[in-house]
Design a protein around this ligand. Structure first.
Ligand code: ZN
Length: 272
């Protein structure tokens, strides 16, 4: 029995010793980590590191889940190799009307609207852009006046015949008033914009602050100066700093930045 007792005592001592060592290790590691956690800056870093890893993983996961919406966005700004904007040449926005591209007597815009603050009728498809353009100018303190928009064939015929009646030759009259069917006003896609206090339509309009601002900013609203001073040989129309034509923002930006008239712009696509 004594032998057994001795064995039990020895076994108990060994057991307690093993348990004691295990307990010390276990609890000391617990204290250690708690101390670190409460040691100010050093302890404060750890939760942030964990958080930042979690966040970057979320972002990475989100990027993996949505690769498709990211890729199509560069496409609209993608340009052909020749640097021309990608535009639809058959779109109403780029309708070309001049002495060689005439409109039928029966052509009229699909829908005509009169802008709220004026009696100026235009193709409804440019109404918002023209309103925004005019309001932006007004916001600059400029007295813009929408003088003339859509003009039906019959009215153009009257204006042309009146010039002939004033003694102009057909050739001279055609330079001042478009021959019926050749006027862009029949499209409803343009507007004569003058200074409210200088309604006269002549080249002196370019000296007004109104014109200077409109020439500078028209392309932002999709408009161009349709009949520039140095393009009269191509357009066959005198310099008209009041005549703004809607062609869409992309085409307008290219045309104004490269000092082109609409005929030149469209010709670039024929060469391409
Ligand atoms: Zn005009």
């Amino acid at each position: 029995m004594k032998g057994n007792l001795g064995f039990r005592v020895i076994f108990s001592v060994i057991f307690l010793a093993v348990f004691g060592v295990y307990s010390m290790k276990h609890f000391s590691s617990g204290w250690f980590s708690e101390d670190v956690a409460s040691w100010g800056p050093a302890g404060g870093l750890k939760p942030e590191e964990v958080q930042s890893i979690d966040m970057s993983q979320d972002v990475a996961a989100a990027q993996e889940q949505q690769p498709e919406p990211e890729e199509p966005s560069p496409e609209p700004t993608e340009e052909p190799a020749n640097g021309l904007p990608q535009v639809d040449l058959t779109s109403w926005e780029l309708m070309l009307v001049n002495t060689e591209n005439t409109l039928d007597e029966s052509y009229e815009p699909p829908e005509i609207v009169k802008l709220s603050d004026s009696q100026c009728p235009v193709d409804s498809r440019i109404a918002d852009a023209l309103t925004a353009f005019a309001e932006a100018a007004q916001a600059e303190g400029l007295p813009v006046y929408l003088s003339s928009g859509y003009r039906p064939y019959s009215e153009q015929q009257y204006l042309y015949q009146r010039k002939i009646g004033q003694g102009y030759s057909a050739e001279e009259a055609a330079k001042i008033v478009a021959v019926p069917g050749t006027s862009e006003h029949q499209t409803g896609l343009c507007c004569d914009i003058t200074d409210y206090y200088r309604e006269m339509k002549d080249s002196s309009l370019e000296d007004t602050a109104t014109y200077q601002w409109m020439k500078e900013h028209c392309q932002e609203y999709g408009f161009i100066v349709r009949y520039p001073n140095d393009k009269q040989d191509i357009t066959k129309i005198i310099y008209e700093p009041w005549h703004f034509r809607y062609v869409g923002v992309e085409a307008a930006t290219y045309i104004m930045e490269n000092n082109l008239c609409l005929e030149e712009f469209l010709a670039l696509y024929e060469q391409a």
